[in-house]
Write a protein that binds this ligand. Structure first.
Ligand code: CP3
Length: 348
């Protein structure tokens, strides 16, 4: 069975000889090869916008670690940038928008980007990656969930208490919904273009869905995720089904609601009990995750033991894609990442 089949079959809960594995943020700073390419690019955004270099770093974890899926190298924030927001990544400080969204007038000024124009470099990267992968592994495209994108657009960068976005949601919910609608429309076009360009699976990252109460998650995040899941063509130009993975960090209490979006796979963070999740929604969706990324600080034998324990918690049956519960951290030794991948790929 080809590796492409292994990952895609697991997404559709079809039996596989072993479980597939990949890692969120697998193309990143823990790899010396990534740091070398980024240095050549000069900065992170130039790396994202140069298809040849984005392709190179996308393939690095396939060649170096032998993971079973490639994820497009880009960032969730290129969509707000394409909507007209000036974006910078300052080393050590994370992303910054020069002029965050604070009013209805700011929302009305946002553009409706054409993915083949303003985000052409992403589509060119996808086309090139598919060619270079040549079937060695399937390619996952991705987006941020509208709520998560909106948090960065309104806060202007990272945040501790998310007071600004919550102020908009609670003081002017109509404006909040207007912004979420505009972002959702842009994301549906963006993911549709990714599939047309060659993405074989899609992941929606709702990194900040978990900061909301259940009622607010159901009002401000989940319906927009559902609109994306239902609005994107779920089949490649060649007629193959395209699975959609929804990852809500901190969404462990809302698994049934998330499964209700119609996604094929649910990404789980490490706070979720995999056995309980499997019993609760395993008849509807495949599950992806969920080792604590900090567990990779342990010695390699402990990493292997914890990875096997996670697989045992899922139990038997198809539909488990092994992953971390969030992105791999920049100071993890490559040998530790490899111990995780190897334990995940053991049969049984
Ligand atoms: O998974 C992959 O390997 C694909 C590439 C990818 C990146 N960002 C590259 C990146 C993906 C899927 C993302 C998604 C992303 N970006 C999310 C959602 C996933 C998550 O981690 O919660 C979010 C919230 C962002 C926004 C973002 N980008 C932040 C907050 C930061 C700074 C924090 C950090 O890790 O440095 C980034 C920068 C970023 N995106 C880097 C990489 C490899 C580091 C940039 C560098 O090289 O210095």
């Amino acid at each position: 069975m080809s590796v492409a089949h292994l990952f895609l079959k697991a997404c559709f809960r079809q039996p596989t000889p072993r479980r597939p594995v990949w890692m969120m943020r697998q193309a990143g700073r823990y790899l010396p090869e990534y740091l070398a390419t980024r240095k050549r690019a000069g900065d992170f955004l130039t790396l994202c916008k140069t298809p040849e270099m984005a392709c190179e770093v996308t393939l690095q974890p396939i060649d170096i670690l032998g993971v079973d899926a490639a994820i497009l190298f880009s960032d969730i924030l290129v969509v707000p940038e394409a909507m007209g927001m000036e974006l910078a990544f300052e080393t050590g400080e994370g992303p910054k928008f020069a002029a965050p969204i604070r009013s209805r007038a700011d929302i009305d000024k946002l553009a409706d980007p054409d993915p083949e124009v303003e985000l052409r470099y992403v589509m060119d990267a996808i086309r090139l990656i598919r060619k270079e992968l040549n079937g060695r592994a399937p390619l996952i495209g991705f987006t941020g969930a509208p709520w998560t994108l909106a948090t960065y657009m309104v806060e202007g960068g990272g945040s501790k208490n998310f007071a600004l976005i919550k102020k908009m949601a609670y003081a002017d919910p109509q404006a909040m919904h207007r912004l979420l609608e505009r972002v959702t429309d842009a994301v549906v076009r963006y993911l549709s273009a990714q599939v047309a360009a060659g993405a074989q699976a899609l992941q929606i990252f709702d990194t900040w869905g978990g900061i909301l109460s259940k009622a607010d998650f159901l009002e401000f995040s989940l319906p927009y995720i559902a609109r994306i899941v239902q609005g994107v063509p779920r089949v490649t130009p060649q007629g193959e089904r395209v699975p959609v993975i929804v990852f809500v960090k901190g969404g462990g209490q809302w698994l049934e609601a998330i499964a209700g979006t119609g996604c094929d796979v649910m990404g789980l963070d490490w706070t979720v009990d995999l056995a309980e999740a499997h019993a609760l929604v395993g008849d509807r969706v495949a599950l992806q995750g969920n080792l604590d990324p900090c567990a990779l600080y342990a010695p390699v034998d402990v990493i292997a033991r914890r990875t096997r324990a996670m697989k045992a918690a899922f139990g038997s049956g198809p539909g488990h894609i092994v992953n971390l519960g969030h992105g791999i951290l920049p100071d993890i030794p490559v040998a530790h990442a490899r111990a995780f991948v190897q334990a995940a790929q053991e049969q049984g």
